[in-house]
Design a protein around this ligand. Sequence first.
Ligand SMILES: Cc1cc2nc3c(=O)[nH]c(=O)nc-3n(C[C@H](O)[C@H](O)[C@H](O)COP(=O)(O)OP(=O)(O)OC[C@H]3O[C@@H](n4cnc5c(N)ncnc54)[C@H](O)[C@@H]3O)c2cc1C
Length: 330
Amino acid sequence: MSGGGVCVLGAGVVGLGVALRLLRTGNTRVTIVAEKFSPHTTGDGAAGIWEPYALGDTRHEDILRWGKETFDWIEGLAQSEEAADCGAFHVQCFHVYRENVQEPIWRDIVHGFRRMTAKELQPYPDHNCGFTYTTLISEGRKYLQWLTNRCKALGATFIQRKINDLTELSSFDIVVNCSGLGSRELARDTSVQPIKGQIIMVEAPWIKDSRIFFDEGLCLLIGTDRVYVGGTKEVGNEDATPNPVQSARIWREMIQLVPSLAKGKRIGEWGGLRPGRQSIRLEAEESNNSISPQVIHNYGHGGAGLTLHWGCAAECLRLIYQTCSPQPKL
Ligand SMILES: Cc1cc2nc3c(=O)[nH]c(=O)nc-3n(C[C@H](O)[C@H](O)[C@H](O)COP(=O)(O)OP(=O)(O)OC[C@H]3O[C@@H](n4cnc5c(N)ncnc54)[C@H](O)[C@@H]3O)c2cc1C
């Protein structure tokens, strides 16, 4: 394996975000080492809505800081000539609840956040509370490809390899560990666990907004040429394969809430394992060995890797500057 420079371990949205931010500084060597690349990472199947979800006890101030930075980045892409290639666009979202609930902590990051009117809630009997706002999508299957292409264009080296121990990467100056669920073994972190999510992809071009039914655990999210109907949140389930019993339930229950979906054409199903943890781990590892590379951990993004990755990447760069001596050339 080649040495020197920064190794980003993991080529999901979290790793590619770090790699791209490093490469954009223009003067560092970046090697991306991963067992799996797009389209085989967790983010590739995600609708990519900007919304903090399944983040455990991650500190609110961190969620807001990383989330805002990522929101602004995706918004810039959505307004640029890159939008079609990276699958970035604005969408109106409705959050519907049975009972009155508090407004989310991120209400000031999205645009035009307000409570739904009684008329807007009318299609959903027994639901008495709702919010609507404009948020962003960075559709996983397009965004991951775009990130990969950008990293290639800026000179990253890609190495396909399964790593069994971080010491295998000791030829690099710095390792940024973005291995998601793989950190259970690589960082010996038993608090990392899968949170399975399952979705159905549907062609239903007449549906133009996104809807989240919190109490039912259901969502309908817009993509560039499809809608994503979900979902599940199965803590500890290690099997990403879509379960037909769950698919039948998701379809049946969503059609009750959004009857027009019944005429949609189902084009596929997908399951993925969100890298869950009690909170995101984003820190430099204490090293008492001057020969080992400096390790920065950046994993455990649960259901919000696309929502937070760009802000987390900025934090990784700050940590590299702060903790590495002598200063790496970034
Ligand atoms: C159904 C579903 C819908 C979702 N929808 C959204 C959404 O709308 N918005 C949102 O923000 N988030 C969403 N998410 C969550 C999001 O997909 C994840 O938070 C994100 O993909 C995690 O990215 P990651 O890069 O940390 O992990 P991963 O994408 O899992 O990538 C891990 C990388 O590390 C590599 N790796 C692991 N172990 C090793 C090893 N030992 N050696 C070498 N390489 C290794 C892997 O090969 C891979 O390249 C959804 C998730 C699911 C399942």
